[in-house]
Design a protein around this ligand. Structure first.
Ligand code: MTE
Length: 330
């Protein structure tokens, strides 16, 4: 069942203008994320509606509500589906859309194990049934200095972690993407896969993993995730660079020691374990102070905007890093 909670850390409705085609109000009305709909496959609709006021009217209302005459735009769905990083399918932004469509995402199994009292395996259906789903509008900031605003559907990672009852030794959480070179051409070829040593892996501290902002996403724009976006489940950590948000997860390990992470292994000086969005700490090869926002219009008309500390979520997450030198722990 789909439950929509408005938490203070979400982008608020008055801060957003929805994609014209996205009638998210139906989501509230229909609440059609029936398990039946969810289990019909990767293109299933989680629920849609037709109550959204015309774009111009919404913009006027939003401007009034924020008092700034400005609003945050959702990135159109077509961009979210066609401009991707998923090196398992190739390094070109169009490769994931082109080559991931046949990825088998149902059946799927995710193991949650390690420093827990009760390890468990989730099946495809469990992803949609075991935890109440919420819609969250989050900013996504890639380390490559482009950004999107995405309406995710998912559940807090904390809900899943609590259900396996971590032991006192659980200090970190490690994640792994599916390893299947037959299905993932980038895993079969060093050149196509960008020189990564697969499987792709990521990690968080336990405090980061338990933070209410940290989401396991199973859908976006009211539909189950497309393969190129990391179906059937991916991590979303909105205050960190996008590479932390690992796709198509098959294992979640609670650990005593900090796990190795893919990009850190590949280039230690460029990609840290924390990878918090930070406009004051540049990538060695480019500035992180601004970003190209991918919204309406073509890619070249994308506007540049200032990058925000912790990607705009400082109020919610800065406490996690008190006393930590963010220049050293980039
Ligand atoms: N997960 C896996 N397994 N492989 C990847 O190459 N790329 C990361 C992240 N998760 C990646 C991944 C990067 S760099 C970004 S910016 C986001 O996915 C992009 O997510 P999107 O394509 O859905 O926008």
């Amino acid at each position: 069942m789909l439950i929509r909670r408005q938490e203070k850390y979400q982008l608020k409705e008055h801060q957003l203008t929805s994609e014209v085609n996205y009638q998210r109000r139906r989501l509230l009305q229909g609440l059609a994320l029936s398990t039946a709909a969810a289990s019909t496959g990767a293109s299933a609709f989680l629920g849609l509606g037709d109550k959204t006021p015309p774009l111009a009217k919404r913009q006027a209302l939003q401007a009034k509500a924020t008092g700034e005459g400005d609003y945050l735009a959702l990135t159109p769905e077509v961009k979210i589906l066609n401009y991707n990083n998923f090196y398992e399918f190739g390094t070109d932004k169009g490769d994931p859309r082109r080559y991931a469509q046949d990825l088998v995402t149902n059946p799927w199994q995710v193991k949650i194990q390690g420093e827990v009292h009760q390890s468990k395996t989730l099946n495809y259906e469990d992803l949609f049934r075991q935890f109440p789903l919420e819609e969250r509008f989050y900013r996504l900031r890639c380390v490559e200095a482009w950004a999107m605003n995405i309406p995710w559907i998912g559940f807090p990672l904390a809900a899943l972690l609590k259900s396996v009852r971590p032991t006192m030794n659980a200090k970190y959480v490690g994640f792994q993407t599916l390893y299947d070179p037959k299905q993932m051409r980038g895993q079969a070829s060093w050149r196509i896969g960008g020189g990564i040593n697969y499987p792709y892996q990521e990690g968080l501290t336990i405090a980061e993993a338990m933070h209410p902002l940290t989401l396991i996403a199973v859908g976006l724009y009211g539909k189950t995730l497309a393969p190129q976006n990391g179906a059937p489940l991916r991590l979303v950590v909105p205050w960190k660079y996008g590479f932390k948000s690992i796709k198509s997860i098959v294992s979640i390990d609670l650990l005593e020691k900090q796990p190795e992470t893919t990009w850190n292994q590949l280039a230690k000086d460029e990609y840290g374990f924390y990878a918090n969005v930070n406009p004051h700490v540049d990538h060695p090869r480019w500035s992180q102070s601004t970003e190209r926002f991918i919204g309406e219009g073509n890619l070249f008309s994308a506007k540049r905007q200032a990058t925000l500390m912790f990607n705009g979520y400082a109020q919610q997450v800065a406490d996690l890093y008190q006393g930590l030198d963010l220049r050293k722990n980039y």
